[in-house]
Design a binder for this molecule. Sequence first.
Ligand SMILES: Cc1cc2nc3c(=O)[nH]c(=O)nc-3n(C[C@H](O)[C@H](O)[C@H](O)COP(=O)(O)OP(=O)(O)OC[C@H]3O[C@@H](n4cnc5c(N)ncnc54)[C@H](O)[C@@H]3O)c2cc1C
Ligand code: FES
Length: 270
Amino acid sequence: MIKKGDDKAMIDGDAEILFNHQVNHDTWLLGLKRSEPAVTMKPGQFVMIRVRSGMDPLLRRPFSVCAVEKDHFKVLYRRVGKGTEIMTQAKPGENFQVLGPLGEGFVLPEEERLPVLVGGGIGVAPLFFLARLLYRRNLEFMMGFRSAGDIIPFDELRLPNHRWSVSTDDGTAGHAGFVTDLLLLYLDKNRGLPLSLFACGPRPMLKKTAETAITYGIPCQVSLESAMACGFGVCQGCAVKTAPQESSAYHYVCRNGPVFPAEAIDWEAL
Ligand SMILES: Cc1cc2nc3c(=O)[nH]c(=O)nc-3n(C[C@H](O)[C@H](O)[C@H](O)COP(=O)(O)OP(=O)(O)OC[C@H]3O[C@@H](n4cnc5c(N)ncnc54)[C@H](O)[C@@H]3O)c2cc1C
Ligand code: FES
């Protein structure tokens, strides 16, 4: 079913599972049929998935749109708890109830700026979508994982052949250290180049990326995660404190985000 809101159409109903396969030890790639191709999905937007009918788990779970193909869209998800465990059991031909796309996605960078994408762990999911959309442009994609076994196979997601680099916290693949170290190395080598940063990942990683961007004077958009009960601005469970210059004291990750300019967030309070 398509629902038309004030300014955008969305899916609110069953979406058929086309595939649901494991890509590494704790991560799956889910393909959901786009029975409503008129619904536009933008990088950074998310869908709420009800993993099972009935009372447990009752709440839908939020997942970034990771790629959009002609007849389906993809969600890359990590198994962390009950909902995602149930998702791993789902078979092609079955359905998930889906609501979305929701939220405000990334604003595309100006032509003259080189996009630099910084992803941590499963936070790479919305950045894959952004990288695909920017495939004609030169871009830099840095991804950080805990260990070699956590790396997402890029061919699964048909990541265009741009420059990308990997770091692992334990040094088992790529640069040994955090992805924010890779970012600092890159920035030091490319001083003066007009850049635009896009980041998604764990909060400490986002905080470090945001602080770096502000120090270097580079525009930066961050995609935040938070616990979400409704996903569309009703429960107020996803509030984050804003920086003092913002017009309201709180932003809602589901409705005002999940993507925010780095300077809009009070990083000390997060
Ligand atoms: C806008 C948005 C986009 C997201 N995109 C993705 C995505 O593309 N892929 C993906 O795998 N996950 C994504 N997440 C996180 C995902 O929603 C949660 O991992 C999922 O809801 C967990 O459900 P569960 O029932 O398996 O875990 P639960 O049983 O609810 O929780 C199990 C454990 O996971 C932790 N947890 C739950 N939610 C989160 C969260 N948001 N961040 C960190 N830890 C959490 C809990 O604290 C608990 O320790 C996104 C979250 C948001 C808000
Ligand atoms: S999740 Fe309910 S207001 Fe954001």
